[in-house]
Design a protein around this ligand. Sequence first.
Ligand SMILES: Cc1cc2nc3c(=O)[nH]c(=O)nc-3n(C[C@H](O)[C@H](O)[C@H](O)COP(=O)(O)OP(=O)(O)OC[C@H]3O[C@@H](n4cnc5c(N)ncnc54)[C@H](O)[C@@H]3O)c2cc1C
Ligand code: FES
Length: 261
Amino acid sequence: MLEQTVPIVSNERDTDRYFRLVVRAPQIALLVQPGQFAHLRILSLKDALLRRPFSIFQVAGETFSILYKAVGKGTDALSRMRPGEELSVIGPLGHGFTVPKPGGETPLLVAGGYGMAAMYLLAQRSPQKGLVFVGGRRRADILCEQEFRALGWEIRVTTEDGSHGEKGLVTQPLLAELRRGTVGRKLFACGPTPMLKAVGQFADEFNVPAELSMDEHMCCGVGVCLTCVIPVKVGESWEYQRTCTEGPVFDSRRIVWETAN
Ligand SMILES: Cc1cc2nc3c(=O)[nH]c(=O)nc-3n(C[C@H](O)[C@H](O)[C@H](O)COP(=O)(O)OP(=O)(O)OC[C@H]3O[C@@H](n4cnc5c(N)ncnc54)[C@H](O)[C@@H]3O)c2cc1C
Ligand code: FES
């Protein structure tokens, strides 16, 4: 984990309120594992002592990128930043996904909205190609579809308004696929908590392993403030664990959904 002030290489609109930000950060880029995140301090925000966490989307040479949605003060300010301006970055942070081993399980990736950002490096580094289930409210929420296809992955798209792909929730085609067979398959998911909970229930019901990237509000990002804790099973009991350090990726069997938000 490193803390560095790094220059923006590009910061361009992807669709609607989604943007792609590329920064030059050779030492951080070298260390990134799929599912890890970067904690950004937007130096142009006067009252922004607080950092914002973003999954590391892609790594290319000396750069890494994030794919983010402008939802509030920090991300709006970020979307106005230009190449050459600087950001303070701590990264790579957190415990990411387990990359499948050669000849190991076939991955089924499940993503809602910007959850796709956490999935790209996993798909790229997995020796087995699998299936990606991606869902969003509408067409503009479906991100980097072509990039996953270019990696040779099959992709199933759902939108709640039916403007792209199948109409409905991302869990519908996933359920149909799990009914077709689960042997040698493993689920990996990133997205809103209700989606993660549904994937966790499928994992139990179909007895298929699953790793879930939990989306909790974070402050320090490095294990100090305890803002980001969730209840996690430990032996016969449970304890609060930090999504920024023990997570954000957890084995779904360990998450205690009854007390999680
Ligand atoms: C591990 C991790 C990885 C993430 N990866 C990405 C990513 O790849 N792309 C991306 O666009 N976003 C990602 N997020 C969410 C991102 O951190 C928030 O959207 C961002 O911090 C909002 O900052 P803001 O100042 O613009 O919003 P604020 O003004 O602080 O809040 C605006 C709205 O965003 C909501 N919000 C704030 N934090 C979160 C959060 N963690 N999850 C859901 N809603 C939130 C607030 O409740 C509020 O409704 C990730 C979050 C975590 C914890
Ligand atoms: S965000 Fe501070 S402990 Fe996790």
